[in-house]
Ligand binder design. Sequence first.
Ligand code: ADP
Length: 243
Amino acid sequence: MLMIEVKNVTKRYGKFLANDSLLFTVRPGEISILAGPNGAGKSTIIKSIAGLLRFQGEILICGKKNKSLEAKRNLGYIPELPALYDMLTIWEHMEFIARAYSLENWKERAEELFERFELDDKKNKLGNELSKGMQQKVSICCGLLPAPRVLLFDEPLVGLDPHAIKELKTMLVEYKKEGRSILLSTHMLDSVAEFWDSANIMMNGKIAASRSRVEIEGTGEDLEKLFFDITESGRTNKGRVSE
Ligand code: ADP
């Protein structure tokens, strides 16, 4: 079964075409990257998959419409900018997620996540008492606590310290081995070079190229070169407007 199916998804903000007929899938145990420069439309498609935006087309999560409850149970979304609750401690954030997802035996898992992200001595701090990077780590823990089958990360490595980057990369590979699927956006290909399985390169709201690691290894093509060939030549095509 496919874990994420994006079928001809088009998103307009007013007349501006942010996503133009996007079509791609993510399989179980796959780390899929959405690469592209700022403004390419990566966050928009991730937010649409997460069920936060209205769009044309169809998105399925584990075969179910993405806005259904069944789909949402299988989905974790870690936004680009952390949005914590000012009045909750970070441990209370874990409790809140545990209640929302009716999780059992979640405390041990929350402890482990906090240890791995070096948050264990911050449990009683309020969200707004933490640095930006620490808030980002709490936001990641919130997304990971329910151990969803599908994880969406919007630029997850930006703003994290080196330990957290290393830990998150290790976790992504662990999740992949458990058969979970990860869709991750980035404008820095070298940050994901070791672990991606499939890549969609976005430019001006469209998927300009799709490659799998196996394909690239077979042909000897260089993903970073392909990325720059596409993104440098597309820079003149600004201000796209839908008909
Ligand atoms: P990326 O994540 O690749 O940097 P985004 O999906 O955030 O790109 O944005 C794609 C384009 O859509 C950008 O040009 C951005 O300015 C525009 N955009 C994003 N959100 C909105 C919005 N709420 N209203 C209008 N335009 C938006």
